[in-house]
Design a protein around this ligand. Structure first.
Ligand code: OAD
Length: 239
């Protein structure tokens, strides 16, 4: 694939998914050996699961924390951080990933639309901000409480809850001229709609991943390959 030019007038919006962390050793969700093959979403990632079985939800996210803490950023994370440094003020990263690998690679202008593993927040939505929390809990007794009395829950967007930072994300998509999407199957909304919003706003749209996503038809280019192998050489920033 010849490189894709990023012109001086371009503004770039990037959306990443679990595939971008696959080469760091973290499993994706929907692969045959992915997380949702071993767990049911309704048991670990819904408001109802939290009400019924907070211990089970914490066991799942404690295991994710333990795995995430061992993982290192891979060339895909570094390529996106490098692109940001070449495009000051013209680059925005929206990740569905709850690991911190983009930040650890050097990305700064980013949002975690599905939350962050390394934080917890009050289950009562009492208004206090999320707190940094790296603990891997062996039992529910170890989980702390908010000053208001609510139990701390993972700072993760459960299915049925509103993703975070949506007004800012919509604003950034509206002004982007190039959308780069990598490592996401296009199964979860609203993220799977972003490419349609970008196309409607006139942007070029590029997908990078080993398989076509469900929304492949909406992309101007689909580049097949692993993000860590494709992203480092895909873009040429023109001055
Ligand atoms: P999925 O597991 O649905 O999709 C992962 C995608 O990554 C697939 O399309 C793979 O082809 C691709 N992939 C695998 N290895 C790759 C590699 N080395 N380079 C690039 N791509 C690769 O994961 P997501 O689309 O991220 O939400 O899932 C979206 C949301 O569903 C997640 O944020 C999570 C999940 O349930 C919540 O937990 C709220």
């Amino acid at each position: 694939m010849p490189s894709i030019s990023i012109l001086p007038a371009d503004r770039v919006f990037v959306l990443t998914g679990a595939g971008v962390s696959a080469e760091s050793g973290l499993p994706t969700f929907r692969a045959s050996d992915g997380l949702w093959a071993g767990y049911r979403i309704e048991d670990v990632c819904t408001p109802d699961a939290w009400r019924r079985d907070p211990a089970g939800v914490w066991a799942f996210y404690s295991a994710r924390r333990a795995a995430g803490q061992k993982a290192q950023p891979n060339p895909a994370h570094f390529a996106l951080a490098g692109l940001e440094s070449q495009l000051p003020g013209r680059f925005f990263l929206c990740t569905q990933n709850v690991d911190g690998l983009h930040e650890r690679a050097g990305s700064t202008n980013l949002v975690h639309m599905h939350g962050e593993l390394a934080k917890s927040r009050c289950e009562r939505e009492c208004g206090r901000p999320p707190v940094e929390d790296h603990a891997v809990y062996a039992s529910l007794d170890e989980v702390g409480h908010c000053p208001c009395g609510g139990r701390l829950r993972p700072h993760i967007v459960f299915f049925g809850e509103m993703p975070l930072e949506m007004p800012r994300i919509e604003r950034e998509i509206g002004r982007a001229t190039l959308m780069i999407v990598a490592g996401t199957s296009g199964s979860v909304y609203p993220a799977a709609s972003f490419v349609h919003w970008a196309r409607a706003a006139g942007a070029r749209t590029v997908y990078v991943g080993p398989e076509e996503p469900l929304n492949a038809a909406a992309f101007t280019h689909v580049v097949k390959g692993k993000a860590g192998e494709v992203l480092p050489g895909l873009f040429q920033v023109e001055s």
